[in-house]
Design a protein around this ligand. Structure first.
Ligand code: TYD
Ligand code: MG
Length: 457
């Protein structure tokens, strides 16, 4: 008998090697190569999952003959979810929802299932992690009833396929892809080959039978959905559910969307009765702010197409011993270092012998250049021990020569700040030209960080 051929597959990126390697040459991670039996047929199928999908439409069509229909959208009751999906669920699409354990993926999908079922669609909730009674307990807690919601604790894909053929649901929920088992594949449940095969299978089901499929994917320690890149290119939409488990706010972010923009975020609050959408996030992020406190500056940051006001806090204290300490929560560490260096050199602040602790409030991650000015003013305020008025806010990118640079969407930012009752907004001088409408809020243009400090303190 011929010896069974094996291969080594990287569990992080899917790289295949004929021999064991300590470090994956493709993605560079260590100790992730796992031995799998090489099934030429299975591996061929899994290498080209998209081909099986497009078998359905094999004839080329002239561009002008393609009938243009706007894809129909099914709107859920959760407006924030609709927003992230680009206006609602596209029937027959496959949506992957990733996130840390306990963040609320199952809760979100149970709520959505309950509502879709109430509206008359047939929903099949397949769970590989919880028993039917556990899901029922959660559904009770969420106040979900409904004839059309079917719970199915199962991990074997061949049974699931059979059930789908018999039942013909409109929506299929797979919770989670890592627990599903394709019996034809010999490698362990949760391995790259398994996940890839299961996802390809689900994609087939979605496209051939026009069933909308939601797939839960767990996130690995590195922050990517296990088997990350491999899944992302196969599915239509990838959403990440993130947030701090210590805070009740959760942010749903779109990372890939074949049917809409990837800039949108949806904000939810986890309550005892499930996830509730947050319609006006700025108010919440500013809620507990101490007015006029030292080291606090408010920024108008864009999250997708939506402006959000968030407070940036700094605490600058003299270093007692050794090297100065710098920590940043919710802010990019490099950005903080650059801004501190700019303040030191261009703003004449002696920061090298100071410890700096910075955070954005409410557990939001701020990651856009337009937060620079607020960051700089917050640090300067704490260092100088001079408060910034609670009705001031800031937008602007700071360059290495200390100049304050133009930002995009200035009109939306100014309007949002005005809506929330701010009296003054400091913006880059170059942006003043973009903005001529009469506002109640006072708009002040600044050219450099030094200029901004002179105007504020
Ligand atoms: P869950 O949806 O099970 O997380 P995931 O599927 O992402 O692992 O959510 C788990 C957490 O949510 C759990 O700590 C309890 C909390 N929770 C609420 O606060 N309220 C609720 O109504 C529900 C159902 C869960
Ligand atoms: Mg879960």
């Amino acid at each position: 008998m011929a010896k069974a051929k094996t291969k080594f597959v990287c569990q992080n990126c899917g790289y295949v090697s004929p021999k064991y390697l300590g470090r994956c040459p493709n993605c560079g991670v260590w100790n992730q190569m796992v031995e799998e039996i090489d099934h030429p047929e299975a591996s061929k199928a899994s290498a080209t999952p998209s081909r099986r999908v497009s078998d359905l439409e094999t004839k080329p069509v002239k561009l002008e003959n393609v009938s243009f229909e706007k894809e129909p959208r099914v709107e859920t009751e959760l407006g924030e979810l609709n927003r992230v999906l680009g206006g609602g669920i596209v029937p027959g699409s496959l949506i992957l929802i990733g996130g840390d354990p306990g963040i609320g993926k199952s809760t979100l999908l149970t709520q959505v299932s309950g509502q879709l079922a109430k509206d008359g669609s047939k929903v099949l909730y397949v769970s590989g992690e919880e028993s039917a009674s556990q899901i029922k307990m959660r559904a009770d807690r969420l106040g979900i009833t409904g004839d059309n919601l079917y719970l199915y604790p199962q991990t074997d894909m061949s049974y699931i396929r059979q059930t789908i053929d018999d039942m013909r649901p409109d929506y299929l929920i797979i919770d989670s892809v890592q627990t599903m088992d394709e019996p034809e594949i010999t490698s362990a449940v949760g391995s790259i080959s398994q996940i890839r095969e299961v996802t390809a299978e689900l994609m087939n089901i979605a496209k051939q039978q026009n069933i909308t499929v939601f797939v839960v994917g767990h996130v690995t320690k590195g922050g990517a959905i296990a088997g990350p890149k491999i899944l992302e290119h196969m599915v239509d939409t990838v959403l990440y559910f993130e947030g701090d488990t210590h805070h009740s706010y959760r942010i749903l972010r779109s990372v890939k969307n074949r049917f809409g923009s990837t800039n949108e975020i949806g904000i939810f609050e986890m309550r005892t009765k499930g996830l509730v959408e947050v319609a006006n996030p700025s108010e919440i992020f500013l809620e507990e702010r101490l007015a006029d406190a030292n080291g606090s500056a408010v920024v108008v940051s864009m999250e997708g197409t939506r402006p959000i006001l968030v407070e940036i806090q700094s605490l600058i204290t003299p270093t007692i011993f050794g090297n100065a300490k710098r920590t940043a929560t919710g802010l990019d560490h490099n950005r903080v270092s650059v801004i501190m260096a700019v303040l030191e050199k261009r703003g004449n602040l002696m920061l090298q012998n100071q410890d700096a602790y910075l955070k954005s409030t409410g557990g939001v991650k701020l990651d856009e250049p337009a937060i620079d000015l607020a960051l700089a003013m917050s640090i300067a305020s704490s260092y100088k021990n001079l408060g910034i008025s609670g009705t001031d806010c800031f937008v602007g990118e700071v360059g290495l020569t200390g100049e304050v640079r133009r930002v995009n969407r200035i009109d939306q930012r100014v309007n949002e700040a005005e809506k929330l009752g701010f009296k003054r907004i400091f913006i880059p001088k170059n942006n003043l030209g973009d903005w001529s409408k009469n506002n109640k809020i006072k708009i002040i243009g600044v050219t450099t960080v030094l200029d901004a400090m002179n105007k504020i303190f």
